[in-house]
Ligand binder design. Structure first.
Ligand SMILES: CC(C)(COP(=O)(O)OP(=O)(O)OC[C@H]1O[C@@H](n2cnc3c(N)ncnc32)[C@H](O)[C@@H]1OP(=O)(O)O)[C@@H](O)C(=O)NCCC(=O)NCCS
Length: 194
């Protein structure tokens, strides 16, 4: 009996698994690091980074990760059957151990460590969800708002300096991913991370 492999490893040690014949599509310039599991209908754009031990399971709907977005260690992303895919646009920062389910994160949005975003919820551009927050179904963090708590509520507007910092953190993670990518293949980076 012949068998067909249902998984393969990315060049940075992450694992891709097909579901019902559908494979994740990972841009040549994306980073999927060791321990990350990416399953089924998931697309990952150029410069995006999926850090160690994330799980992205696109089985009953699709997951899209835009360019340069970072999904930090231990984050879990799933979808809602037929109704809500999970769409993460460009330059988004998703901090460690977040849980994203059937939601949308717009360009330059920020999801803090250990927070949860539920079905049909949205974080708009430069919106910020504080660490440990739980954004309940259908709620929307509008452009430039900060929400916190469980359930999350509007706290205040994000300050200009915070917007700048959040955007620079996304860029920092892109650069850090480049540095890690050398070690992931046993190579020496041409420059030390500052
Ligand atoms: C919300 C946040 C932006 C801080 O905002 P801040 O206005 O500077 O917070 P302060 O420390 O001045 O506290 C202001 C109030 O918010 C509360 N607060 C602060 N952080 C909070 C959080 N994560 N959840 C709930 N309440 C929070 C404080 O208890 C305080 O309440 P009080 O006024 O009743 O005393 C910050 O705590 C946060 O969550 N940052 C994200 C960190 C992160 O995930 N980084 C990613 C690294 S890769």
């Amino acid at each position: 009996m012949t068998t067909t492999a249902i998984y393969k490893d990315t060049k940075h040690g992450g694992r891709l698994t097909s579901f019902q014949g559908i494979w994740p599509t990972v841009d040549e310039g994306a980073f999927v690091f060791h321990g990350a599991q990416v399953v089924g209908d998931v697309s990952i754009g150029a410069g995006a980074s999926i850090w160690h031990n994330c799980v992205l399971r696109g089985d009953v709907n699709k997951i899209m990760i835009g360019t340069r977005s970072n999904i930090q260690d231990g984050t879990i992303i799933h979808v809602s059957t037929r109704t809500f895919p999970t769409i993460i646009e460009n330059d988004v920062l998703v901090a460690h151990k977040a849980m994203l389910h059937g939601c949308r994160l717009a360009d330059n949005s920020f999801v803090g460590m250990g927070s949860m975003v539920m079905d049909n919820a949205v974080v708009e551009t430069d919106g910020m969800l504080a660490a440990g927050a739980m954004l309940t179904p259908g709620k929307c963090v509008k452009r430039g708002e900060l929400w916190a708590g469980s359930p999350a509520k509007f706290v205040r507007f994000v300050k200009d300096a915070e917007i700048e910092k959040n955007r620079s953190m996304a860029e920092h993670y892109r650069q850090l991913a480049v540095q890690h990518s050398y070690d992931a293949v046993g190579a020496v980076a041409p420059t030390q991370y500052p």
